[in-house]
Design a protein around this ligand. Structure first.
Ligand code: F6P
Length: 339
């Protein structure tokens, strides 16, 4: 079992669930350190009931994580395949988002590895599952931040732009914006117009609302800029641009245009840290238990998923084929409260 990509609350809960379900069935579990990097470098350790004791409420992952892509170098891929044989790994439970599951799917398709997937990400952007664990916790953290920012924005008659994560999907922004009563929510799925945002802020002032809270997703694009705002074009190990900076850019523009003091708050990795909510603990636990059942049933290349309230499974390929973006109906509901 390995955890790859950005960490998220609930990873330890799922690790515990896999181990606790597997051991009484006489299935030995080995933890691979730091995502795919650990399988390339041969860093593995047996997991026992003792190793997972007490980790249910803990954030992060006891296995460590990385964004290493073993398909980047042929030599890495060969070492990974050699290690699967060397450690006698009969199956591989890959816990991850788009990138980690994409690698899992290729290893299954192109090299016949016995892979089972478990979807996780705070971004909630994986197809095939209604929710990923980590998302509910992130939304809770952002909502609490919005509540706090409301009181200070109101006291100082300021506009506050809250930049949240989510990559190319606006799920975190829309859910936390709805829950926190944001006055506008800007998401990657809808390029936005800066003038319209400024008009909204001005209209609120005319109504006697001297403060505004604008939630902006890191992947949202103003139509006047036309491209993603990134951290100096830097990319991560998987080749993704590191997003960030739209909050500051927008705050500057809103202040210039409206003359109202406007500040940007970037919540960043705070959204990924710390203890999972009860919802995420339960979802992760249900995913972990079902993943072991998939292993027992030799359901290779499949991934556990939540549909409605049921845990089901689907081909990993379904999750990585395309991003799950924000449902327009949900966004329309959020729009009712804009301004
Ligand atoms: O995919 C999870 C996520 O937190 C995204 O929301 C964000 O864009 C990215 O990871 C940040 O990655 P890193 O932790 O590598 O900076």
């Amino acid at each position: 079992m390995l955890t790859g990509g950005g960490d998220c609350p609930g990873l330890n809960a799922v690790i515990r669930a896999v181990v606790r379900r597997a051991l009484p069935l006489d299935l030995g579990v080995v933890g691979i350190r730091n995502g795919w990097a650990g399988l390339v470098d041969g860093e593995v350790e047996p997991l026992t009931a003792w190793s997972v004791s007490g980790i249910l409420p803990r954030g992060g992952t006891i296995l460590g994580s990385s964004r290493r892509n073993p398909f980047k170098k042929q030599e890495d891929l060969q070492r990974l395949l050699d290690n699967v044989r060397r450690f006698g790994l009969g199956s591989l439970v890959a816990i991850g988002g788009e990138d980690t599951l994409g690698v899992a799917w290729r290893l299954h398709q192109e090299h016949g590895l016995h892979v089972v997937g478990i979807p996780k990400t705070i971004d909630n952007d994986l197809n095939g599952t209604d929710y990923t664990f980590g998302f509910d916790t992130a939304v809770g953290i952002v909502t609490e931040a919005i509540d706090r920012l409301h009181t200070t924005a109101e006291s100082h008659h300021r506009t506050i732009v809250v930049e949240v994560m989510g990559r190319h999907a606006g799920w975190i922004a829309v859910h936390s914006g709805l829950a926190g009563g944001a006055d506008a929510v800007l998401i990657p799925e809808r390029p936005f117009n800066v003038q319209k945002v400024c008009d909204l802020v001005r209209r609120r002032v005319e109504r006697g609302k001297y403060f505004s809270i604008i939630v902006v997703s890191e992947g949202a694009r103003p139509d006047e800029v036309g491209h993603l705002v990134t951290q100096d074009g830097r990319i991560d190990e998987f080749g993704h641009e590191r997003l960030g900076g739209i909050g500051e850019l927008l705050a500057r523009r809103v202040e210039e245009e409206t003359g109202i003091e406007t500040r940007a708050v970037v919540l960043g990795h705070v959204q990924r840290g710390g203890t999972p909510t009860a919802f995420d603990r339960v979802l992760a636990t249900r995913f972990g238990v079902r993943a072991v059942d998939l292993v027992r049933g030799a359901a290779w290349g499949r991934m556990v998923a939540l549909r409605g309230t049921a845990i089901v499974d689907c081909p990993i390929e379904e999750a990585v084929r395309e991003l799950k973006t924000v449902d327009p109906d949900l966004y329309a509901t959020a729009e009712v409260f804009f301004g």
